[in-house]
Ligand binder design. Structure first.
Ligand code: NAD
Ligand code: UDP
Length: 340
């Protein structure tokens, strides 16, 4: 199988490529990204080709034409940017990805597209279901929703191509996937990364952890190893189990409030020699959403997946508890000298 991974140098892409090169030796990967830093250790493998290409500037039509399956993973996926630069989010997350979908239709290629748990937005269901839960976003002045809308529109376009042109697609919806290499830890500015990296970056830089709106929001964190296991099953697509399906890929057992997450991360950090003295000086403080993100922000108060479909069709189950997942991230940052 010839697999094209656009955005292959990112968090999900780098973990996916590592797993493919380790355990799927009869596959060949072409990876495209504007940066190969996270995958530089993989690039001597004969089963991978890497091209440094900006997909907003340059066409990748020939790469889509030459593959069997394309995963368009390049996107901006940090809420702070949805508010500060919504047009950049639209340009990459919607326009550039739409072009890839159009080429996949033209050349009759399979597309495995990263939708997002964010498409459910402020839906009030206890657990979000792929075919039943509503996609609920806020008013236009709340620019946070540009990401959700961009992804939702692509979901709808891909789904429609499935019906009209028999496009072979799978949509997967990550629920807060976490692991080493999630985001850049070196920038502690408010909103510079997703929440787990943000809190760790705060600790490393001696800055207080900030709970937006009290931190009562619930998220379900999913270990990247569980997530990649699901993605590999989707790519393998045994008996067409993933064909024209939408899957929530998340871990409902790892649901936690952001406040409890902050306490858990801080307590864990104190168990590492390299982080203890820093962590002991950190306070957990509250901050108003508009002060943290600006006035275009609106939050999701509860995000928990219903994953029966992935369990049944993919025969997949997430198994890594949150604490172990956080431990793996901290081992990668502080060295594995945690006093377990
Ligand atoms: P990421 O930011 O780590 O990776 C995105 C990659 O795209 C980066 O390596 C970046 O350099 C690359 N990129 C950005 N602009 C580019 C351009 N113009 N040309 C080429 N490459 C470019 O994000 P991720 O967490 O790996 O997410 C991958 C996909 O999964 C995204 O579509 C994201 O929206 C989706 N997703 C992720 C999560 C999650 O929990 N990580 C949740 C929901 C959806
Ligand atoms: N959050 C927070 N403090 C921070 C960063 C994030 O309280 O320093 C909150 C944010 O408001 C949201 C949750 O943590 O409710 C998860 O944020 P993330 O950026 O990971 O993205 P989301 O899950 O909202 O897509």
């Amino acid at each position: 199988m010839k697999i094209l991974v656009v955005g292959g140098g990112g968090f999900i892409g780098s973990h996916l490529l590592e797993e493919i090169l380790k355990s799927c030796r009869d596959w060949h990967v072409t990876a495209i990204d504007i940066s190969g830093n996270k995958i530089s250790h993989l690039l001597t493998d004969e089963n991978i080709d890497f091209f440094e290409i900006d997909i907003i500037r340059d066409s990748i039509e020939k790469y889509v034409k030459n593959c069997d399956v394309v995963l368009p993973l390049a996107a901006i996926a940090s809420p702070a940017v949805y508010v500060t630069d919504p047009l950049r989010v639209f340009e990459l997350d919607f326009e550039a990805n739409l072009q890839i979908v159009k080429w996949a239709v033209k050349y009759e290629k399979r597309v495995i597209f990263p939708s997002t748990s964010e498409v459910y937005g402020m839906c009030e269901d206890e657990e979000f279901r792929e075919d039943e839960s509503n996609c609920v976003t806020g008013p236009i002045c709340k620019q946070r929703w540009i990401y959700s809308c961009s992804k939702q529109m692509l979901d709808r376009i891909i789904y429609a191509h499935g019906l009209k042109n028999n496009l072979n697609y799978t949509l997967f919806r990550p629920f807060n996937w976490i692991g080493p290499k999630l985001d850049d830890i070196s920038n502690p500015d408010n909103g510079s990364s997703r929440v787990v990296t943000q809190f760790l970056s705060n600790i490393i830089h001696g800055k207080d952890i900030k709970l937006v709106d009290g931190g009562n929001q619930i998220r379900s964190f999913t270990d990247i190893s569980d997530a990649i296991a699901a993605l590999i099953k989707i790519i393998k697509n045994e008996n067409n189990c993933a064909t024209q399906q939408i899957f929530n890929i998340g871990n409902p057992h790892n649901q936690v409030s952001i406040k409890n997450l902050a306490h858990e991360i801080l307590e864990l950090a104190k168990k590492y020699d390299a982080a203890r003295s820093l962590a002991e000086k950190i306070n957990i403080v509250e901050i108003e959403p508009h002060e943290y993100y600006g006035k275009g922000y609106q939050d999701v108060s509860r995000r928990v997946p219903f994953i029966k479909r992935a369990e049944t069709l993919l025969r997949w189950k997430p198994v890594v508890p949150l604490k172990e997942s956080l431990g793996k991230i901290m081992d990668s940052l502080f060295g594995a000298n945690y006093l377990r």
